[in-house]
Design a protein around this ligand. Structure first.
Ligand SMILES: *Cc1c(COP(=O)(O)O)cnc(C)c1O
Length: 387
């Protein structure tokens, strides 16, 4: 077998194991109402928590930005691809989340995979929640530091690992809101451990920024924490409705990251027009209490209307509301039954989640209505009873 034959065999194995993934082609912009192959669907799958991704205000800001700045940046930020509008965005982000300085990056994946190797290396140690996002895992691997993965949310296990470590430099990395579970890391306890063990604490707030904390300032602001040890990563393609990411922290720490992060230094700067849209997005987030109130109402409504016996709504106060089914085939059948009724909810299976914990990942947004949520809950109740 040559290389291509091997690859084709492996692809066939994926298909055989029902592990081949397919993309749906949506004919409409990001919103609860989608159109797939000519069919109208009600979607509960996006991370557009505030319903901003198709906001006309942001589309106008993006178009204005493109007219003013063109489409490209021309070079990496440190060479000549850095523009006033991006500098303004970084200042606004730092002020908004409450830290000294922020660095704006092209994606959360680039942030997480770049920050860890910039801070730790061979002979150092990273401590990571076992359910952290893949981009944090890849950052650990790239760093070549020793990897210590602690059981999900288990602060005592983390404390033991930290005490037993002789590493010179230590970094604790965690999601704030876990993307397949919707639960929230104990950030205050983690920061206390970081202080005790002279470690960095890196918080990936991909699902908290815009949603949690006063005016949507994020999970760190909600917990009321501040420390030079804290690195706050926020992503800008979820609640913020655009694209990109940032890392916020103490000014010299951010200067170091700007000098050393390979995912920042060796990539072309993001199109400046995006920064103009993002400045408008931060304003919408800051003044978005009505959107967040509506979203919180939907979250409470969904859990109060579900009457499940075999399946179980996992405990979550965030827009990520997973329904635990357990069995892989059962969750696929359930997602297919929902799809047949015009409801689009993704089934999540191992290895994305631990085996035996296959689930539906319901995600709610401020663009959903109470009727949308009622329909989903009623359909789930009915499907569970098998009627
Ligand atoms: C989506 C996500 C990322 C990656 O962010 P992108 O901007 O989409 O690259 C990182 N961490 C978590 C927890 C995420 O959910």
């Amino acid at each position: 077998m040559n290389q291509l034959d091997i690859l084709r065999r492996d692809l066939a194995a994926l298909e055989h194991g029902h592990l081949l993934r397919h993309r749906r082609n949506n004919a409409l912009p990001c919103a609860p109402h989608a159109r797939i192959d000519g069919r109208d669907m009600l979607a509960f799958c996006s991370n557009d928590y505030l319903g901003l991704a198709a906001s006309p205000v942001l589309a106008d800001a993006l178009a204005d930005g493109a007219r003013r700045w063109g489409s490209g940046s021309g070079a990496s930020h440190l060479v000549s691809g850095h523009y006033a509008v991006q500098e303004a965005l970084e200042g606004r982000l730092a002020q908004f989340v409450g830290c000294e300085r922020a660095l704006y990056l092209s994606a959360g994946y680039m942030a997480n995979s770049g920050i860890i190797p910039a801070l730790v290396g061979r002979g150092d140690a990273v401590f990571a929640d076992r359910l952290n996002h893949a981009s944090l895992v890849d950052g650990m691997l790239l760093s070549r530091a020793e990897m210590n993965r602690y059981p999900h949310l288990d602060v005592d296990a983390l404390a033991r690992m930290l005490s037993g470590s002789g590493a010179k430099r230590k970094l604790i990395a965690t999601d704030s809101v876990f993307s397949m579970d919707g639960d929230v890391a104990p950030l205050a306890d983690l920061l206390a451990l970081a202080e005790d063990h002279d470690a960095w604490l890196m918080v990936d707030d991909a699902h908290g920024f815009g949603v949690l904390g006063p005016q949507g300032r994020g999970a760190v602001a909600e917990a009321g924490l501040d420390s030079w040890r804290l690195l706050r990563v926020g992503t800008l393609g979820k609640a913020a409705g655009v694209s990109g990411a940032f890392v916020g922290g103490e000014a010299d720490v951010i200067e170091w990251l700007m000098q050393k992060m390979r995912t920042y230094v060796f990539t072309t700067g993001t199109p400046p027009a995006l920064a103009q849209a993002l400045l408008a997005s931060i304003d919408l987030i800051e003044h978005g209490d009505a959107r967040r109130r509506h979203l919180d109402g939907l979250i409470a409504r969904f859990s109060s209307q579900l009457e499940l016996e075999r399946w179980r709504l996992m405990p979550s106060r965030t827009p990520i509301q997973p329904v635990l089914v357990g069995d892989n085939e059962a969750v696929l059948k359930l997602a297919a039954a929902l799809w047949n009724e015009g409801l689009w909810v993704p089934a999540i299976r191992p290895p994305t989640v631990p085996s035996g914990s296959a689930r539906l990942r319901v995600s709610l947004t401020a663009a959903h209505t109470e009727d949308d949520v009622d329909l989903l809950a009623a359909t789930l109740n009915r499907l569970e009873r098998g009627t």
